[in-house]
Design a protein around this ligand. Structure first.
Ligand SMILES: Nc1nc2c(c(=O)[nH]1)N[C@H]1C(S)=C(S)[C@@H](COP(=O)(O)O)O[C@H]1N2
Ligand SMILES: [Mo]
Length: 328
């Protein structure tokens, strides 16, 4: 059963980042070693300006509608979206991805789709990009660490991509994997790194086919900065941010629920479903509130977290009859 701790609304500085806490714990549990620096010996980074240069994209702009594709809440400025990131392959500090992800080569890029599909195959990025009309989606993204952003993504529905490979009737889940290239990813070389790389995520088939589930290839009108998951990533706006896996190279359709990185690491803290839910606290902090970026000490921009991150109208039906405190 989940531990529930009542914690009054707390400052962000009191929420330890996901890996910082876990790696410390692993170390303390492990060989009785002293707490080690989070990222050991990384090579010199490229200038971050090199890693954020995006190419303009053609897309249909988002607008008001009942489908949840658009919110008129203030958008988090590009500078914040591209500098405050979680991408542990490049380190656990929020600034590490912007500092180091420029080392990741994204050209050429291909995505392999296999498992329970009639037409397995490998598509290169150009084929993927030419197959879809890109659209803008302005979504809230709520990290399990209790911060959030509003981001104008550019992309296409994941369902459109999956249909191209003709899922068979035994396809009940989808597993995603991120690129794993040690030479280009200092966070994976760090000896305090605790994730079993590559980073893995998963969705139930009906979640994957839901129109809100987006493959993003850009934000703010341009191709994705490397640190935000170039050249293509998932965005699942009603789930905690860790489900929105970056820089995808592999997609497999499966009959069984796949093991995912965070769930494998700390199953009591991170579930497979990971639906945003203010009623179910993280064992170490409350999920009732969030800090909307940009957030400062003097202007924390704190607001209540909404059930399903405000997308209940669109997705609550997927979980009818499920105990969401058990399937967190
Ligand atoms: N491959 C990979 N994908 C990832 C992560 C990661 O560490 N590695 N972090 C996740 C987490 S915890 C969050 S909150 C979002 C953050 O996306 P952003 O940095 O673009 O805001 O990416 C998710 N996708
Ligand atoms: Mo996150």
């Amino acid at each position: 059963m989940r531990r529930r701790i009542r914690i009054p609304p707390i400052a962000s500085s009191e929420i330890t980042s996901e890996t910082a806490y876990l790696s410390r714990r692993t170390f303390i549990r492990g060989a009785g070693m002293m707490a080690a620096p989070l990222v050991a010996g990384v090579s010199s980074p490229l200038a971050s300006s090199e890693s954020v240069a995006g190419a303009p994209l053609q897309y249909a702009p988002a607008g008001p509608g009942a489908n949840g594709f658009y919110t008129d809440e203030p958008q988090t400025p590009f500078e914040d979206v591209a500098s405050y990131c979680n991408f542990y392959e490049f380190g656990t500090d929020k600034g590490d991805p912007a500092r180091y992800a420029g080392q990741m080569s994204t050209d050429p890029w291909s995505v392999e789709v296999g498992g329970a599909v009639a037409r397995p195959g490998k598509l290169n990025l150009e084929d993927i990009m030419s197959g879809y009309d890109l659209e803008e989606r302005v979504y809230r993204l709520r990290c399990v660490e209790a911060w959030s952003m509003v981001v104008p993504w550019i992309g296409f529905p994941l369902g459109d991509l999956l249909r191209r490979f003709e899922p068979t009737s035994s396809a009940r889940y989808v597993e995603f994997r991120t690129l794993y290239r040690r030479e280009e990813m200092p966070g994976t070389r760090s000896f305090t790194s605790i994730i079993d790389w590559p980073y893995r995520e998963g969705l139930r088939m009906d979640e994957a086919m839901h129109p809100l589930t987006l493959v993003a290839v850009g934000l703010y009108g341009k191709t994705l900065p490397n640190q935000n998951g170039a050249p293509l990533r998932l965005v699942v706006p009603w789930k905690y941010g860790f489900k929105s896996i970056k820089s995808i190279v592999s997609i497999r359709l499966l009959e069984q629920q796949p093991a995912t990185s965070w769930q494998s690491l700390a199953p009591r803290e991170y579930g497979f479903y990971a639906n945003v839910n203010p009623q179910v606290d993280h064992p170490r902090w409350s999920q009732k509130y969030e800090r909307r970026l940009p957030s400062t000490l003097f202007r924390p921009n704190r607001m209540p977290t909404l059930m399903f991150n405000g997308y209940g109208e669109q997705v609550a039906d997927l979980y009818k009859g499920m105990d969401l405190a058990r399937f967190y």
